[in-house]
Ligand binder design. Sequence first.
Ligand code: ADP
Ligand code: MG
Length: 588
Amino acid sequence: MNSFKALGLNEALLQAVSDLGFETPSEVQQKTIPILLEDETDLVALAQTGTGKTAAFGFPLIQKIHSESRTTQGIILSPTRELCLQITNEMHLYSKYVKGLNIVAIYGGASITEQARQIKKGAQIIVATPGRMKDMIGRGMIDISKIDYCILDEADEMLNMGFYEDIKDILSTTPEEKSTWLFSATMPKEVASIAKKFMFNPKEVTVGGRNTGVDTVQHEYYVVSGRDRYEALKRLADANPGIFSVVFCRTKRDTQRVAEKLIEDGYNAGALHGDLSQNQRDLVMNAFRKNQIQMLVATDVAARGIDVDDISHVINYQLPDEIETYTHRSGRTGRAGKSGISMVIITRSELRKIKTIENIIKQKFEAKKIPSGMEICEIQLYHLASKIRNTKINEAVDNYLPAIHDVLEGIDREELIKKIVSVEFTRFYSYYSKVKDLNTSESPGGKGSLNDMPGAEAQTGDSVRYFINVGEKDGYDWMSLKDFLKETLGVGKEDVNRVDVKDSFSFFNTDASLTDLILSTFRDFKVDGRYVNVEVSKNPESGGRKGRDKGRRKKKERRREDTGRRSKAKKSGRRSGKKKNKFRDGFY
Ligand code: ADP
Ligand code: MG
């Protein structure tokens, strides 16, 4: 029988379940609840985000707590204050028919005395971030020496954020014979070692495949001269129109500066660092969560609290001082079963650090080139075309159609398309047709010397770049598109590279010898009844072999005043409307 009742839940919980409208237990709930209700055991449960883990530990915990006693019997550690509040909320709903049960959330950035006051009233269950919990134990505000249950929720994230020491210290003040329940989306070796060290013979529950969490992130580096870092950052953003990213800087000052410059240049950016008040940080995080901010510029410490699942790119504006920190940065993307890209902007003198990182993450980097101006124009053009295609028609336009027809009289379809596209495109074009090639500015002939770096083969030889009319909207990411091409073409993994998936189209490179095969394979090629079309990219520079001299000659030319950026700044300000302005006012 597939019901909550069959799992052994009592009446109070079943009533709450029915109020919540949960009909059947999720897989992780089916597998864990009976174990936790029947046995006093340690447990490791692996399941992706959104699979219902809170109830998987929350139901058994609530059922096992003695609510007539005031003693703290269970603690739940979770990585961020947002998650703490979310868990506490859910737990309140689950336990609404349990009399006398007190569940209290404690977390940083809020009054510690108020939290201590609530604990003092008697909290059988405490939901906490590790930092605040340790702090309050140290001040004698919390006594967890008699707990029966300790739950580590999102263990991988907590370790990612550097909470290992705090967790260790907290656990050392708990009784040996308690049960520890560890919940995690992934099982990196740090989590495995926690399980080994602090748990006794834990039962294991896995939902879906085991996910080590490493292979969902693609790592890329871009070599530029130090003074071109900012320009490189802008190009990476412009080459990824739908970007939703965290940009990491080394210091608070750089973080603030880069964010300010991005905003000035018309990007939807925001800063997150320790010199901001909690209130300012909340504003930024809320705007980020609502996608009002596309580029969140952050320090490593401030970024610990970021609990957003669909970050598409992590950009290392500078590498961290402590090279190990890189893992925590790149772990902000590729979460919850999604894929992500971690980009490193790096100077030649830092290049050897890439090797060190590769050893740490046990994954190779791909050496990539900062897109040329023309490549960005091409991407923006296709992006614009697909935006037009996908735009929902506003019926209010109908009233004005006769007049509009008059104005556009005598322009044929072909010409009209060109004009519509030019409205936006010209701005990008007039800026980007004048910019230099960032990749070669400091390393004439540098192309060859990159050969000893991993992934360098992607940049050299007679490489051809292609456009393909499928992208994220069709469910592809760089991994699955690469797989699709590999299988369709019957070529090897190394033959397809520089796969860049945009919203409704993508680019990739192959050796020139494969061009005939590709073009003939994709002639009249259909997937699910839809034509999948591949063309050689029109941009001569994107293969990485031509147009270089032209780029170099244009080196110093950069006319900010009449570029598209300015007008884009105005436009995006208008686009995000009141909300954004309000946010900006509050922030600065
Ligand atoms: P996780 O911790 O695994 O990311 P949550 O515990 O936060 O997932 O649950 C995700 C959402 O699913 C929550 O809104 C929760 O209320 C809901 N949920 C949990 N269990 C069930 C269920 N059995 N049926 C329907 N919804 C559920
Ligand atoms: Mg959860």
